[in-house]
Write a protein that binds this ligand. Structure first.
Ligand code: F6P
Length: 328
């Protein structure tokens, strides 16, 4: 392995996700292992523009592998979308002798990194950190497994009270553009219906399905709704619609919201974060840039950033069928 870099900057950007701290820890320790200096950048691209940096050594990241959130904090930066913002960020990097960046975040973060690389030729390496699992070039994003387990645990609890009162619950989970959380948490928690952004079930079919459920002897039901589901109605509008059209149901709504983004990462996410951090730093050392680290069939792979941000990862259609069969 030939060393071409001396100082790496690491940041977390966009929506936080469990496992980001574990990924920072891995980046810092891999740098220490290879005798490379490492600087943390606070608040993503905002901190990059402002020069809000902190030197990090192997010991400064102790005790964080199990912590949710990101100690470097995160932000969605409007300033970095401007040429002036990116110029200021580049000046800060030069001033601090940082010669490459590890970007932990989602598609917005990677889009920023790509533009920055195109303008300044600055070496960047991405680590996919988002609970949505919506990035191409990796089977899993950091935090997705934790968010999924958090959602299932919450839905299980809602199921208890739904059952006690013979109620129908609409449960909203995160996922603006993709239905990975909704679909997997829905199957995992045995939901009666799952509404996702990728498929338009149609409100009439939903009502018919709920009627069928009732007739088949089900006393309570859970419908999982992804934030961006295709029917285009919020969980509250869905409740109103069912209230008006199905007398037999006593309907309640629960929005899981940002609780899905917090909490201690699962072992899977901690291990994934550790592997991704090593791969990201060692790829930069090998002189690679403009890639995202991913895991494909449990092997660490690199995916060009351009490809990673193109469209969204596809949902597993087989799971839709499994869900249909399970709700017979
Ligand atoms: O991208 C992750 C995500 O949690 C989405 O699922 C959700 O739509 C969005 O972030 C919420 O963003 P914010 O925290 O800025 O409201």
């Amino acid at each position: 392995m030939h060393k071409t870099i001396k100082k790496i900057g690491v940041m977390t950007s966009g929506g936080d996700s469990p496992g980001m701290n574990a990924a920072i820890r891995s980046v810092v320790r891999t740098c220490a292992y290879h005798n490379i200096e490492c600087f943390g950048i606070y608040k993503g691209y905002e901190g990059l523009i402002d020069g809000d940096f902190i030197p990090l050594d192997a010991r400064s990241v102790r005790g964080i592998i199990n912590k949710g959130g990101t100690f470097l904090k995160s932000a969605r930066s409007k300033r970095f979308r401007t040429k002036e913002g990116r110029k200021a960020a580049h000046d800060q990097l030069l001033k601090n002798n940082i010669d490459s960046l590890v970007l932990i975040g989602g598609d917005g973060t990677f889009t920023g990194g790509l533009v920055f690389n195109q303008e300044y030729g600055f070496p960047v390496m991405g680590i996919p950190g988002t609970i949505d699992n919506d990035i191409n070039g990796t089977d899993r994003t950091l935090g997705y497994d934790t968010a999924l387990n958090t959602a299932v645990e919450a839905i299980d609890k809602i199921r208890d009270t739904a059952h006690s009162h013979d109620r129908l619950f609409f449960v909203e989970v995160m996922g603006r553009d993709v239905g990975h959380i909704a679909l997997n948490a829905g199957v995992g928690a045995g939901a009666e219906e799952i509404l996702i952004p990728e498929e338009d079930m149609g409100i009439d079919r939903l009502v018919e399905s709920l009627e069928r459920s009732k007739k088949s002897g089900k006393s309570s039901s859970i419908v999982i709704v992804a934030e961006g589901d295709k029917i285009g109605k919020s969980v509250f509008e869905l409740k109103d619609y069912v209230d008006e059209n199905l007398d037999e149901y006593d309907v309640r709504v629960s929005v899981l919201g940002h609780m899905q983004r917090g909490g201690s990462p699962t072992c899977y996410d901690r291990v994934l974060a550790s592997r991704m951090g090593v791969k990201a730093v060692e790829s930069l050392i090998e002189g690679k840039s403009n890639f995202m680290v991913g895991t494909i069939h449990d092997k660490m792979e690199l995916c060009p950033l351009e490809k990673a941000i193109k469209g969204h990862s596809k949902i597993n259609k087989e799971l839709i069928r499994v869900s249909d069969i399970m709700t017979t």
